[in-house]
Design a protein around this ligand. Structure first.
Ligand SMILES: [Zn+2]
Ligand SMILES: [Zn+2]
Length: 162
């Protein structure tokens, strides 16, 4: 039997596409070989025995924590264990959160130095710290989504999707 890998290209980063992929994932994974599993999130690295394509899984609470599979570049298992690939849905949610935050807030530097020791930046108006540290604090307190961890791969790049 031929594999179905070529039917599944990188999915669009929108809710509908992600839910659709979650639904399709059990059937996709059935045809793949499990190479490794990683960490508390139980991410999986898999490979298609027919065409050799590598796959990884991701999960996102926002999407019901459903497991979804996506294609990734070939990788040595040990390297993957150290740093699995970025999860596309997490990347999308991060981009959306950043974008809506920046759309709703403007940052004007004040005359005061940033309150964080050694930071060379000026504090932004209405906050005791600079823009960078302001965002960092919001992320620490769970008010803004943290940049997701993971190895970047094509077609995703260092700029989060908006
Ligand atoms: Zn295949
Ligand atoms: Zn600062």
């Amino acid at each position: 039997m031929e594999c179905t890998c070529s039917q599944y290209r990188a999915f669009d980063l929108d809710r509908r596409s992600i839910y659709k992929r979650i639904k399709a994932t059990p059937a996709i994974l059935k045809l793949l070989l499990l190479l490794a599993e990683s960490g508390a999130a139980k991410l999986k690295l898999l490979q298609c025995p027919h065409c050799g394509q590598f796959w990884q899984t991701g999960r996102e609470m926002t999407f019901g924590n459903g497991e979804y599979g996506f294609q990734v570049p070939a990788i040595i298992v040990e390297e993957w264990r150290q740093e699995p690939y970025l999860q596309p849905a997490a990347w999308m949610l991060y981009g959306v959160s950043q974008q809506s935050y920046y759309a709703a807030n403007t940052f004007e530097p004040s005359d005061m130095p940033c309150g964080v020791a050694q930071c060379p930046n000026r504090a932004i108006r209405g906050s005791g710290v600079c823009e960078h540290h302001h965002i960092e604090q919001l992320q620490q307190f769970g008010l803004l989504r943290k940049r997701p961890e993971g190895r970047l791969f094509h077609p995703y790049n260092a700029t989060a999707p908006a």
